[in-house]
Ligand binder design. Structure first.
Ligand code: ZN
Length: 298
């Protein structure tokens, strides 16, 4: 059996302001907070998850939120732009909505399509493109742009191992597609990026179940990649490895999902901790910055 990798599962970035971040992603972009928890590897900072109403894989933008994080620099070896899909015909609505909320947009033509680029409150680069039907709401991720220092090696990983198809190819950029997402490689990366607030920490690709993930682990290791052991992230099981251009990739299972520890209607309404951190709840909450959540989330 060949393991499958349909497209993006989540994108994780860093913010220095949990409240501003929350307000932007829920109010301005209209996403739902689907989990409020802490970084399992550093419980002194929040891990905020936003997505569609049911927290579907492929719609999940997450943030490590730490007031102590220094501003990063977007550059080579990083995911530089995260693009969301909005329904066909809705871009002018989004342009007005972002601009009237104080977020200037840049309108670009890329691969024959209009792309609205803007920045979140930390300076993280985001874009909206029209893909698919619907009213106005963000439909989930469209794709990601990576700035690469080693595009030839990344190309081999994407096409030969991960199953992406190369669709467009110029000297500066390559455009790949998987079943549900696209990936763009910019081969003119400029200065190296530096991790910090306003930068992407890692990109997670989805896989349907644990059996597929075990096969990915085996496949990647047999090709010489240094892959992490399988980690239990409560809402999915994950492996991590660095692709040849320097971007941290994760492969995350679709199950069990965000309703594993909260009913659907309660998602994101209060701080949830994994069982092993529950005994330290009081101490953890004392050190986390205050975060005001709206009475009713969308
Ligand atoms: Zn992740």
């Amino acid at each position: 059996m060949k393991p499958t990798l349909p497209g993006l599962h989540h994108v994780t970035a860093i913010t220095g302001h949990a409240q501003k971040n929350h307000d932007f992603y829920t109010e301005t972009l209209g996403l739902r907070m689907v989990k409020l928890t802490v970084n399992f590897d550093d419980p002194s900072s929040y891990h905020l998850y936003y997505g569609d109403a049911s927290g579907s894989p492929g719609t999940i933008m997450t943030f490590f939120a730490s007031e102590n994080s220094y501003p990063g620099r977007i550059g080579a070896g990083q995911a530089t732009v995260t693009s969301f899909a909005v329904p066909i015909g809705s871009l002018s609505y989004w342009k007005n909505r972002l601009e009237s909320s104080g977020f200037p947009v840049k309108q670009l033509e890329v691969w024959g399509k209009t792309r609205l680029e803007f920045q979140d409150p930390d300076g993280l680069r985001l874009a909206l493109v029209e893909e698919g039907e619907g009213e106005r709401d963000i439909r989930g991720f469209a794709g990601v742009t990576l700035a690469q220092s080693n595009p030839a090696a990344s190309h081999a990983l994407l096409t030969e191992t991960l199953g992406f198809q190369l669709e467009e190819n110029t000297a500066e950029r390559k455009f790949y597609r998987s079943q549900t997402s696209w990936l763009e490689l910019a081969s003119d990366p400029g200065a190296p990026g530096r991790m910090g607030s306003g930068t992407v920490h890692h990109i997670a690709w989805r896989t349907p179940d644990d059996a597929n993930q075990a096969l990915w682990l085996e496949t990647l290791e047999s090709q010489g990649y240094r892959v992490s052991p399988i980690m239990d992230r409560n809402y999915f099981h994950s492996i991590y490895f660095r692709e040849p251009g320097g971007v941290l990739f994760e492969i995350a299972t679709d199950p069990p999902g965000f309703t594993v520890d909260q009913p659907l209607e309660e998602l994101g309404k209060k701080l949830v901790l994994p069982a092993w951190l529950e005994p330290s709840r009081e101490k953890i909450q004392r050190f986390l910055p205050k975060l005001t959540l709206p009475v009713a989330t969308k």
